[in-house]
Design a protein around this ligand. Structure first.
Ligand SMILES: [Zn+2]
Length: 136
């Protein structure tokens, strides 16, 4: 099993946004290619650049999918928050953010502002069962 953090934007982002994350960043944005682009939306996985693809490297040793929230390493929280800020800046039509075990559908959805999502990340309260829908 593997933790996957997915961001789906309601529009395509400028190519330089993806490039920004590759330049010396600790977290990377990995574009999911395929039908998203054809639908003029963009989907990314937020990943530990050293691992590539998944976000397991962001979790503490004691993190559990059975807990209510993911336990991210404290040092990763500002990076995750910064990633959200960058996405929000370029995603004028809103986006979704979810952290889920690979292949698992999250049963709940919550509407939040970018500010609220940043606060959730700051306080290490990202839900294991809720997808966040961020209004533009
Ligand atoms: Zn993994």
């Amino acid at each position: 099993m593997c933790l996957v953090i997915t961001v789906k934007c309601a529009e395509t982002l400028p190519p330089n946004v993806e490039g920004d994350f590759l330049d010396g960043a600790t977290l990377s944005l990995i574009p999911q290619h395929g039908h998203y682009r054809e639908k003029r939306t963009a989907a990314f996985n937020i990943s530990d650049i050293q691992v590539g693809g998944c976000a397991c490297g962001l979790l503490t040793e004691t993190a559990s999918w059975e807990a209510d929230t993911w336990q991210f390493k404290l040092g990763m929280l500002p990076l995750l928050e910064e990633t959200i800020v960058r996405i929000a800046k370029h995603s004028r039509r809103g986006f979704t953010f979810e952290a889920a075990w690979h292949g698992k559908e999250l049963p709940h959805e919550q509407r939040v502002t970018t500010k609220e999502l940043r606060q959730i990340i700051k306080e290490n309260r990202v839900s294991t069962t809720t997808k966040y829908r961020v209004a533009a």
